[in-house]
Write a protein that binds this ligand. Structure first.
Ligand code: SF4
Ligand code: SF4
Length: 82
């Protein structure tokens, strides 16, 4: 999963672009629900939020690393739940 840091300027660019609806406004800045972030696996070749963020404040979460297989499985779980 990816993570939004406190450098976020709340520009609102990333939120509508997330194919999994994983991004929402938090207490002070935007946040990513790691249970919904597939790093865009299943939708795009690259993480869309990371590509679009004007201040580059969306790194990979070092505490939430996943293999491509795990991300694919999460994508399939999320899709099945719809
Ligand atoms: Fe959403 Fe993709 Fe960003 Fe994860 S990497 S929060 S799935 S846009
Ligand atoms: Fe924050 Fe970057 Fe998302 Fe803008 S695109 S709301 S700066 S995380």
């Amino acid at each position: 999963a990816l993570l939004i840091t406190d450098e976020c300027i709340n520009c609102d660019v990333c939120e509508p672009e997330c194919p999994n609806g994983a991004i929402s406004m938090g207490a002070e800045f935007y946040q990513i629900d790691p249970n919904k972030c597939t790093e865009c696996v299943g939708h795009y070749d690259e993480p869309q939020c990371q590509l679009l963020c004007p201040v580059s404040c969306i790194p990979f979460d070092p505490d939430w690393r996943e293999t491509p297989e795990q991300l694919q499985a999460k994508y399939e779980r999320l899709t099945a739940a719809k």
